[in-house]
Design a protein around this ligand. Structure first.
Ligand SMILES: O=C(O)c1ccccc1NCC(=O)[C@H](O)[C@H](O)COP(=O)(O)O
Length: 388
């Protein structure tokens, strides 16, 4: 049983465990043979009723839906084995037509998201699959071939830190959030981006989620096309590599990957894609377990420590200090990783506190975007003018 993770087995499903990555190909082959065997030998009730053993179009569509659903369930199980509580999809059970003789409908565990992050992820799953249909990956790749090069996000943070002796600022273009509602009524993303740049921001973070943050990819694109020089972080809830390609064509220089949502294998794979596309990856953690997982992944240059618990909204800046203490801090220094302190930073004392803990950059939204002049908000945050 070495390398196997025990899992709850759905009735009618013939496997008992999730394989370790090196066993996975055989496992998927076995699953797929299982499905084919069942489909061949046990036509669905509908097929039997219609007096034919040949699969009808609807039966094939059903089995595709079943497969999709099974993959979703597997993703949830793999994630759970890494301590990830966010389920990728609702456990809605198999599609309605799934009533073959040897298949049992799974118990519906309840389709209510457990928290806001899970709600966002479920919504994103639907949104992304619709967007992918409209703009397939191949078409994005063609656009990227003719896109301008990306700018050096990490280099810009390091340079700002060297020049000012303060953490490099990633200033967030944020209209609203699930925890705070509308932060700024009169919201002109390009004007805010220009004010941030003038005020000394090293990089900008642009929220692109529409439903929960009132952001958009149009905002990202508009800022990119307005001649703003600061490198841009696409602040999205990435669950699919397709989003990284899309962010790239919309002008991103960096993208956020959230460890509370993505299993290690996804993070590894997405980091490779980012490197291929010239994007930096800001990998966000919130607790010790996520930090340890991420420190075990090769090629990570930037780690964000979020002081906001994305499940409960609780903000506590001592989280940054806690995660940088002891061996973790040592390993981060050894690997030369830049740590970004994220969320809940309002005063020069807050900035000094996280800098003391070991961050070389900070990501700030609310406290500066709410000021009538967001550029002046930056001087307020640092206690001095940081524009050079
Ligand atoms: O900001 C939220 O309410 C929120 C809720 C759920 C998921 C993510 C959320 N925020 C994303 C962020 O991490 C912040 O926008 C970013 O760190 C800036 O935070 P702040 O300076 O406190 O606006």
């Amino acid at each position: 049983m070495e390398g196997l993770v025990s899992m709850k087995t759905a009735p009618g499903i013939s496997f008992q465990s999730i394989p370790s990555p090196n066993q996975r190909p055989n496992f998927f082959l076995r699953r797929s043979m299982d499905l084919q065997h069942r489909r061949f030998h046990f036509p669905s009730i509908r097929a039997q009723q219609s007096g034919t053993i040949f699969p009808r179009k609807e039966d094939e569509e059903d089995s595709l839906k079943v497969k999709e659903w099974e993959v979703g369930m597997l993703q949830n199980e793999v994630a759970a084995s890494q301590g990830i509580r966010i389920r990728r999809r609702p456990p809605s059970g198999p599609p309605l037509h799934y009533v073959g003789p040897f298949e049992f409908r799974l118990q519906n565990e309840g389709n209510t998201p457990r928290n806001i992050l899970e709600e966002i992820v479920w919504h994103k799953d639907v949104e992304v699959s619709q967007m992918k249909e409209k703009k397939p990956l191949l078409s994005l790749k063609k656009v990227i071939e003719n896109s301008p090069p990306t700018r050096d996000f990490v280099g810009s943070l390091k340079a700002a830190h060297l020049q000012t002796g303060l953490p490099g600022l990633i200033a967030e273009v944020k209209k609203a959030s699930p925890s705070r509602g509308i932060l700024r009524e009169n919201f002109d993303p390009v004007e805010i981006a220009r004010a941030y740049e003038k005020g000394g921001a090293a990089c900008l973070s642009v929220l692109t989620d529409e439903k929960y943050f009132k952001g958009s990819f149009e905002n990202l694109e508009a800022i990119r096309n307005a001649g703003v020089k600061c490198p841009l972080l696409c602040k999205e809830f990435v669950i699919d590599a397709w989003q990284i390609y899309y962010a790239r064509i919309k002008g991103a220089d960096a993208i956020l990957l959230i460890a509370a949502v993505l299993p290690d294998l996804d993070i590894r794979y997405m980091i490779k894609i980012c490197k291929m596309l010239g994007l930096a990856a800001l990998v966000e953690v919130h607790d010790e377990r996520e930090m340890d997982r991420v420190l075990g992944i090769e090629g990570i240059e930037l780690i964000g420590i979020n002081n906001r618990n994305l499940e409960t909204f609780e903000v506590d800046i001592s989280n940054t200090k806690k995660l940088l203490e002891g061996e973790r801090g040592q390993m981060i220094r050894k690997k030369d990783i830049i740590v970004v302190g994220e969320s809940g930073l309002f005063t020069p004392d807050d900035v000094a506190y996280v800098q003391e803990a070991g961050v070389k950059a900070v990501l700030v939204g609310e406290s500066i975007v709410k000021q009538s002049d967001p550029g002046k908000g930056i001087s307020g945050l640092f206690g001095k003018d940081i524009s050079l």
